[in-house]
Structures are given as structure tokens and as C-alpha cells.
Write a protein that binds this ligand. Structure first.
Ligand code: ADP
Ligand code: MG
Ligand code: MG
Length: 213
């Protein structure tokens, strides 16, 4: 029922919260190479606010969609920075696509991932190769949708998508940033992967087992 899937989504956010606390200083160091060094701090502030809002919504009986919307709004509000605005809006879009009804079919989950990606590219205007979180997000969304449409079991499709996102995030190391705060120091960034792509691949990896049921 709807209450159950909302609880799964809250568990997914909690898994992301743990993972982000573990890598906070690493993400900050990556962002300090050519950006302003606050990516770890911002992501932790955002996910802490999102999990708190999700717990409150869940206690009030919200379904998955409304809960994720509240979590996204809290994330955007509290994280600060470019990544916070994008993650918050993306989570809200993900929830709007899922709705409150019940555990999504694989195709519905793929549609929600696509909605998440579309919201982030609409707002941030980044394209593949700009050295942003989009470089990990689009391979994730494309792999998951493609494999689900081919009838692969959703947990397998999610794992393949997460692996695609992780290698795509690593591959951003060779790129020069064309968007965001790291652009003015683009040359210094070469050799270091994009922090936002790295955190996105990590978050999608740990959320999978909770979202795919
Ligand atoms: P800020 O750059 O405001 O300090 P963060 O450090 O939290 O925010 O996030 C930086 C990350 O945001 C970058 O590593 C990149 O992945 C992502 N980013 C920056 N600009 C964009 C954009 N226009 N579209 C998508 N992602 C972006
Ligand atoms: Mg930063
Ligand atoms: Mg900043």
C-alpha cells in the first residue's frame, strides 16, 4: 500500500544521509580543487533537512509523492548552493511523477527517474560533458529506462544504471567544467572528478535497494 512505499522512500533518503555523512570531507576536498569547497557540507545540510522533513511527513501519513516533495523543498531550502537547488527540485519532480498511490511498477519508477533528470537539466541547463552531476545522471536514467523496457528485473536494471553512473562520474576527471563555480578554474579541475557527479552516483547506488521493490 501507499504507506509502505513512502516508508521505502524514507529509508532510501536515510541510506543517502548515512553515505553523505561518511564522504562529507572527501566531497569538500574534491570541490576545493576548482570550486569553493562546500559540496560535502551543502549535501549534508540538504539531506539532513530532507530526511527530517520526510520523517515528519511520514508520521503525518503522507504518501510517497507528497513526502518526497516535502523532502525536496527542505533540501533546496537548507542546503544552499547550486547542487542543493537542483537536488531539491529533482526530488520534488521524482515524487510528483511517482504520486502517492502504491509501490511503482518498474516502468513508473523509470518515468520518475526520467522526471528527476528532466527537472535538473531544465533548471541547470547543463549538457553531457559539461562536467556536472548531469554527466552521471543521464547515463543512470538512460540505462535504467532502457533495461527496464527490455524486461530486465528492476533490481538488476538499477544496479547496471548505478554502475554506469559511477564510471561516468569517474570519467569526468578528464574533463574541463563548462558550468558552475568550477568554470573559472577549469584547468585546475582536470584530473579530479566532478564532486556533484560523484555524490549523485553514490546516492543513487545506495538508494536502489529501497526504491526497487
Ligand atoms: P556551489 O557550486 O554553488 O558551491 P556545490 O558545491 O554544492 O554548489 O555543488 C557543485 C556541483 O554542482 C558541481 O560539482 C556540479 O556537479 C553541480 N552543478 C553546478 N552547476 C550545475 C548546472 N548548471 N547543472 C547541473 N549541475 C551543476
Ligand atoms: Mg561548491
Ligand atoms: Mg558554494
Amino acid at each position: 500500500d501507499s504507506r509502505n512505499y513512502a516508508a521505502n522512500c524514507a529509508d532510501a533518503l536515510e541510506a543517502a544521509r548515512k553515505a553523505l555523512h561518511d564522504v562529507e570531507s572527501h566531497l569538500g576536498d574534491m570541490d576545493a580543487v576548482a570550486g569553493d569547497g562546500d559540496h560535502g557540507r551543502g549535501m549534508v545540510r540538504g539531506i539532513d533537512a530532507a530526511t527530517a522533513a520526510a520523517a515528519k511527513a511520514l508520521a503525518n501519513g503522507a504518501g510517497a509523492g507528497d513526502m518526497l516533495g516535502a523532502a525536496g523543498d527542505a533540501w533546496a531550502d537548507k542546503a544552499g548552493g547550486t547542487s542543493g537547488v537542483l537536488w531539491g527540485a529533482g526530488l520534488r519532480a521524482f515524487g510528483e511523477s511517482l504520486g502517492n498511490d502504491e509501490a511503482p511498477e518498474p516502468a513508473e519508477l523509470a518515468a520518475a527517474v526520467t522526471a528527476f533528470a528532466a527537472r535538473i537539466t531544465d533548471l541547470g541547463k547543463a549538457e553531457m560533458g559539461d562536467k556536472t552531476m548531469v554527466d552521471a545522471l543521464l547515463p543512470f536514467a538512460e540505462t535504467f529506462s532502457k533495461r527496464v523496457s527490455e524486461g530486465v528485473l528492476p533490481d538488476v536494471a538499477w544496479a547496471e544504471a548505478a554502475a554506469a553512473a559511477t564510471s561516468a562520474a569517474q570519467a569526468t576527471a578528464s574533463l574541463r567544467p563548462l558550468k558552475g563555480r568550477a568554470r573559472p578554474l577549469a584547468e585546475k579541475s582536470v584530473g579530479t572528478a566532478d564532486p556533484g557527479a560523484t555524490s549523485l552516483a553514490m546516492i543513487f547506488t545506495v538508494m536502489g535497494p529501497h526504491l526497487v521493490r
